[in-house]
Write a protein that binds this ligand. Structure first.
Ligand SMILES: NC(=O)c1ccc[n+]([C@@H]2O[C@H](COP(=O)([O-])OP(=O)(O)OC[C@H]3O[C@@H](n4cnc5c(N)ncnc54)[C@H](OP(=O)(O)O)[C@@H]3O)[C@@H](O)[C@H]2O)c1
Length: 268
């Protein structure tokens, strides 16, 4: 069976770059999206498009046929935004109470971190073929440091709790996995609603890539390098059943040697 990689979240910042990188390597790609028109405009006949919503298990089986790996780049905002899909919209009083009573706001939303980063990821795991070669998951740094600043703030609405539960569902599935925990995402496409987007923060292509097992790193991570790490990890036995953080530090070499980075990560 030739390689066919399914990319849920392909219309997002990291997801778009993952698709480009897979195509650059000559791999076949199927994307899973809720929005066919957006995806067709973005990828113009270069990928197979499966329409599905990871919150809805019944929409997933058709996307799974003949795939060999999944690179999951889905996500929502850490703090309430339109991407949470409120129905009904909270009133002013409820917004005022949001930080003291997150559940009140969450109960009115259909695409929260708990739903997208945990329940929907579990749906993907349950629908995935049992002979999948790799499930690559874009998670987040801070998961093992939720009580420390700034991760305690980031986790105000439970995004790190949800990502951790998503990770656990993947680990417990028995499917070979690679879990990648980026720092704050910088470099375009700027799809987040945060300061990095507001200020269009980039590495300028000048910073090197650092990987560290577990949850040891701080700082920013280039979407370009996170996407490359997702794709390159498919080709590395050193990344099988591994969890590592990624960030950008130091001077960038002429070329990033991913296989060397992955093998060094396992020694240190
Ligand atoms: N921003 C940061 O600083 C930061 C830091 C660490 C980790 N991360 C994580 O890194 C990952 C990639 O970030 P990003 O900025 O590239 O994300 P993004 O641009 O927000 O993209 C999210 C993707 O998820 C898809 N999605 C959301 N809900 C869905 C659903 N119910 N069913 C199917 N697809 C759904 C979106 O599709 P639509 O186009 O249909 O909405 C979009 O393609 C995310 O998991 C994020 O949590 C982010």
């Amino acid at each position: 069976m030739s390689d066919l990689i399914l990319v849920p979240g392909a219309t997002g910042g990291v997801g778009q770059l993952v698709v480009s990188k897979l195509l650059e390597k000559g791999l076949s790609v199927r994307i899973l999206t809720r929005n066919a028109a957006k995806a067709e405009k973005m990828f113009t006949n270069k990928v197979e498009i499966a329409i599905g919503d990871i919150r809805k298990p019944e929409t997933l089986p058709q996307a799974m046929s003949n795939i060999t790996s999944i690179i999951c780049c889905t996500g929502t905002t850490a703090f309430p935004s339109e991407r949470w899909e409120f129905d009904p919209q909270p009133n002013i009083l409820e917004w005022g109470q949001a930080l003291f009573n997150p559940q009140l706001i969450e109960s009115k939303a259909k695409n929260t971190p708990f739903i997208v980063d945990y329940q929907a990821v579990e749906n993907l795991v349950n629908a995935a073929p049992k002979n999948l070669q790799r499930f690559v998951f874009v998670s987040s740094c801070g998961i093992e440091r939720k009580n420390q600043f700034p991760f305690n703030i980031l986790n105000s609405f439970g995004v790190l709790d949800a990502k951790q539960k998503g990770e656990t569902a993947i680990i417990n599935s028995g499917i070979p996995y690679t879990i990648i925990r980026p720092g704050r995402l910088i470099d375009g496409p700027f799809t987040a609603y945060d300061l990095a987007t507001l200020l269009q923060i980039t590495t300028g292509g000048k910073l090197g890539v650092v990987l560290a097992k577990g949850d040891q790193l701080n700082g920013d991570a280039s979407r370009i390098d996170v996407a490359a790490a997702c794709v390159e990890s498919l080709f590395s036995p050193n990344t099988e059943n591994q969890i590592f953080a990624i960030g950008n530090q130091g001077q960038r070499p002429d070329q990033i040697d991913w296989q060397q980075l992955f093998s060094q990560m396992n020694i240190t």
